[in-house]
Design a protein around this ligand. Structure first.
Ligand code: IVH
Length: 666
């Protein structure tokens, strides 16, 4: 029978070994249920013998409250980056520089490694225990993210080496994990991450480690900056890390100069099969002694270079160019191409952005074109393979008339690279406006699907958003694929939206420059839709200018909107149809625990932002849409921008996580 302390040590070791197999080797040997059983046993043991709990126990990965401030740490050795190269000629120049920097007889060997596409971090172990983790920051000072990195299961909390060890590597999200994460976010109505790098970089800097723990983060180390001096080469170091269960990519190759380029090409060919994204290869002189001889420039090591792969791209045939029309009348050319596999998905449409881009690329219909994702989600056409031209390709001109309504378009100008249909009644624009009006953050009208909106507009039952409120069950039931029950649901959900608040209506109208916060402020100032519809421009300007945080550009935009005869007609029509939307329901209460406090809420939160605003107002707080001198708190969700955090620091505004805000509201 082992003692509780022995069993504890055994369990800790066993659990961490399974974590390593699961999160680093991607090769688990036990089921999730078996793993959970081990963890449960450890928790029970620790509950009974609290004296056994140590900081390095797997039960302690997620600990520590959310950060309320961004603590800076100084890197013992500056975190430099690498010089980039984009061609084999650049590499030849690098080899020459290396040769010139070494005694003639020393033929360097090179380690070729994948360039991991994530966010770089540094982790320090002291006396074998994970002591500190930080971001790169400006290279000299990084941000302390120790509690966040502790939650990443692949990162050992302790290692079997007792001297101080500092390793650097990359925080990554594997492709399959990003897909899952984005699917979950879509279900929650959250925006998808554009790529794994953004997702990883945003996640590892979140303020609340409990949130970080929910993100599928991994780490791969590639550099040792402080540690055992027994190694002579980078490749030995990588092997040492792997032996100490410090996760590494394990894809390094050590070759002579003559073989480097072939090795880089092999890596390029192999990377599509890696579970993570790589955007290039890193070439390093293997011998530390030679690295020392070569030294550094002010920015880069002279013994290493990054070679950027061309972004994954595919060659396909451009069959035709369709024109998409947005709610403001912007015409966007969309390329319809022969379906082609690209970075794990089939692409059949890609954006060409605007007329200028078509001209720049010289693209013709029938051309062989390159499609790229460039790490982003929406594919784009980035080039033409002119060597494949047969002479039958046809140049493309943006249409002179709107393909939807036939109105003469306004061509793009120097200031604005947009071709626009100026006809407000353009059916394509109206469709896009209705979709926008019905979206969750605006009037939140369910049941208004794409084909339904198409038909409503095509049959001229709806010419603007106001017409939605005049629809009868019979009108809707007369459409294709519409039973009377569904028609009733549609009409009911449109009617229900009449009682949404004024700010949502203002949002849904798509007034340029007016987002959710500004719409809320306008609504509070104006009180009713009548006031916007009937107010003369001078008085309106005066009233709007009084609102703190609503700048002159916004004021101009609202005044122009309200003075536009077509918009005036629309507002009157909405009123006649009984869309009398009340003022935002939760004006700041005149009493409450947060009376006199002001909040700016930013970033991605688990709730809709307007709901958070509502709760704050109900507690007496006021809302600012940016951080200024008199903002008491900044509530920082995920992906909070640096500008807001910097402002908060400047004005001494306290930064709260969502969890802390909840505690405050409770
Ligand atoms: S070694 C002196 N190895 O790329 C810098 N860096 O553009 C030594 N990176 O800062 C860095 N994969 O964030 C190294 N296998 C790899 C890498 C790698 C990705 C990142 C790292 C570095 C940046 C340089």
């Amino acid at each position: 029978m082992s003692t509780p302390a022995e069993r504890h040590a055994e369990l800790v070791q066993e659990i961490e070994a399974h974590n390593y197999r699961y999160y680093v080797l991607d090769d688990p040997v036990i089921s999730d249920a078996q793993f959970d059983a081990l963890l449960r046993e450890l928790r029970a043991l620790e509950a009974k013998h609290p004296e056994l709990v140590t900081a390095t126990s797997p039960t302690q990965r997620v600990g520590g409250a959310a950060r309320t401030e961004v603590r800076k740490v100084k890197h013992a050795v500056p975190m430099l980056s690498l010089d980039n190269s984009y061609s084999k000629d650049d590499l030849a120049a690098f080899f020459r520089r290396v040769r010139d920097g070494l005694p003639a007889k020393q033929k360097p060997r090179f380690v070729v490694e994948p360039k991991l596409d994530g966010a770089s971090i540094e982790v320090v172990y002291q006396k074998g225990v994970l002591f500190q983790a930080s971001t790169r920051g400006d290279g000299v000072h990084g941000e302390d993210i120790t509690d966040n990195v502790r939650t990443i299961h692949g990162v050992p909390l302790s290692i079997a080496h007792k001297e101080r060890v500092t390793v650097r590597g990359e925080v990554l999200i594997w492709r399959k994990d990003l897909e899952k994460l984005n699917a979950e976010r879509a279900e929650q109505g959250l925006e998808a991450f554009a790529n794994a790098r953004n997702a990883a970089a945003g996640s590892v800097r979140m303020l609340d480690p409990r949130e970080v723990a929910r993100r599928p983060l991994r780490v791969m180390f590639y550099q040792l900056v402080e540690g055992p001096r027994m190694h002579e080469t980078q490749s030995e170091t990588l092997a040492w890390m792997a032996k100490h269960k410090l996760p590494t990519h394990r894809r390094e190759r050590v070759v002579d100069e003559a073989k480097v380029i072939a090795t880089v090409d092999e890596l390029d060919a192999a990377r599509a099969d890696y579970p993570f994204e790589t955007d290039g290869a890193v070439l390093k002189v293997d011998s530390y002694r030679q690295q020392e001889l070569l030294g550094f420039t002010s920015k880069f090591p002279k013994w290493a270079i990054a070679y950027k792969f061309a972004p994954e791209r595919a060659l396909t045939v451009l069959r035709r160019i369709e024109i998409g029309i947005g709610r403001t009348g912007a015409l966007t050319p969309v390329a319809v191409v022969d379906p082609v596999q690209l970075a794990g998905t089939t692409v059949s449409r890609a954006t060409l952005f605007n007329a200028d881009q078509i001209e720049r690329l010289g693209v013709r219909v029938g051309d062989h074109v390159y499609v790229e994702k460039a790490g982003e989600i929406i594919p784009q056409i980035t080039g033409v393979e002119t060597s494949k031209r047969t002479g039958k390709e046809k140049p493309f001109q943006m249409p002179e008339r709107c393909p939807s309504c036939g109105t003469k378009v306004v061509p793009s100008t120097e200031e604005e690279a947009v071709t626009r249909c100026p006809n407000r009644a353009c059916p394509a624009q109206v469709k896009a406006q209705i979709f926008y009006f019905a979206r969750r953050f605006a009037m939140d009208i369910g049941h208004l699907g794409e084909s339904l909106v198409e038909q409503l507009v095509e049959r001229k039952l709806v010419r603007d958003v106001a017409d939605l409120y005049a629809l009868t069950v019979d009108d809707v039931a007369s459409l294709e694929r519409m039973g009377s029950k569904s028609a009733e649901n549609v009409v009911r959900s449109i009617a229900a939206s009449k009682s949404r608040t004024l700010d949502r209506l203002l949002c849904g109208l798509g007034i340029p420059q007016i987002g959710q916060v500004a719409a809320r402020q306008l609504a509070e100032e104006l009180g009713t839709l009548e006031n916007l519809a009937r107010c003369d421009p001078k008085t309106l300007r005066e009233r709007l200018s009084r609102i703190g945080g609503v700048g002159p550009v916004m004021v101009d935009s609202v005044v122009a909107f309200a003075a536009d005869p077509a918009q005036k007609r629309l507002l009157r029509k909405l009123l006649e149809l009984g869309v009398s939307v009340p003022q935002p329901r939760q004006e700041s209460a005149t009493e409450g625990p947060l009376l006199g406090k002001s909040f700016c809420v930013t970033g991605v939160l688990s709730k809709k932002r307007e709901d958070v605003h509502g709760e704050l107002r109900a507690a007496g707080a006021t809302i600012h849409d940016s951080v200024h001198r008199d903002t008491s708190y900044l509530v920082a969700g995920e992906k909070t921008g640096k500008t807001k955090l910097d402002q908060a620091k400047k004005y001494g505004t306290k930064v709260l996580t969502e969890a802390q805000l909840e505690a405050l509201l409770r």
